[in-house]
Design a protein around this ligand. Structure first.
Ligand SMILES: C[S@@+](CC[C@H](N)C(=O)[O-])C[C@H]1O[C@@H](n2cnc3c(N)ncnc32)[C@H](O)[C@@H]1O
Length: 244
């Protein structure tokens, strides 16, 4: 008798929480559906091509397909091939279970180019910018494969400082994770996006205000993942960038 979908799902360590139908939901550490509205994705992606960089288990790739994209490509490398605790097994199982036609490519963001992967109407770059050692160069690569709209979701630091600035984490300063390197503040993020060729840059989700950041800083301190001061100045933001 074939192993049940539930048993195969339970054998995998998931990052994303994906509803696979028939009551089977992956037990990801990420509340993926909760994050979705913050990204302000186009309600319809009908006929468009979408590249999801750092796709991991593929929640946002499958969402793009659900919104009608004609072609979706999931790209990742680090968590698919043992750099951390993740693997590609979740993505592959979810794709089969959902009957999805999402394509995949194993590639580091630094190796993206129109020659290697082509160009895409819409590009997702969620939760990756702070993991790269050379963020402006990474954004150049990402911009080179973006035809219309680039959506970046990232940690921002030095919230409230008006001057463009980028925080450097030489060790585990961001969430106790040695794979985190840099996070810009919003003025720097906008400046970087313009520098790589986008003339329309819009923040669609601002980091939360003082009270919520303070509460979060206390929780982070108690869990030992960050200093109070560090957590208070950091949160997440989402920016849409396009060419006119
Ligand atoms: C925090 S997870 C975010 C996953 C997903 N994009 C999301 O927002 O839920 C970071 C992802 O970026 C990928 N990643 C990290 N460095 C990368 C790189 N240099 N090139 C491509 N992907 C990378 C990791 O493998 C992982 O899948």
């Amino acid at each position: 008798m074939p192993e049940s979908l539930q048993a195969r799902v339970d054998a995998i360590r998931w990052y994303h929480t994906i509803d696979l139908g028939s009551g089977v939901v992956t037990r990801g550490i990420d509340d993926s559906a909760f994050r979705l509205p913050r990204l302000d994705l186009p309600a319809s992606l009908a006929g468009m091509s979408v590249l999801d960089i750092g796709a991991w288990d593929g929640f946002f790739s499958f969402e793009a397909e659900r919104r009608g994209a004609a072609r979706v490509v999931s790209a990742d490398y680090y968590s698919w091939h043992g750099g951390g605790w993740g693997s590609k097994a979740g993505f592959e199982l979810a794709r089969r279970a959902l009957g999805s036609r999402v394509e995949d490519i194993d590639i580091d963001v630094m190796d993206l180019s129109p020659e290697r992967v082509g160009t895409f109407d819409v590009v997702f770059f969620f939760g990756v910018l702070y993991h790269v050692r050379h963020p402006l160069l990474a954004l150049e690569r990402v911009a080179s494969v973006t035809r219309k709209l680039l959506i970046v979701e990232t940690v921002v630091d030095m919230i409230g400082i008006g001057r463009p600035a980028v925080a450097f984490y030489p060790s585990r300063e961001l969430n106790n994770d040695p794979t985190n390197w840099w996070a810009p503040n919003l003025p720097a993020l906008h400046g970087m996006m313009r520098d790589v060729g986008f003339d329309e840059v819009r923040t669609v989700t601002e980091p939360p205000g003082l009270a919520r950041r303070a509460a979060r800083a206390v929780v982070h301190r108690m869990r030992g993942v960050n200093t109070m001061r560090g957590a208070f100045r950091q949160d997440r933001a989402v920016v849409h960038a396009s060419r006119s």
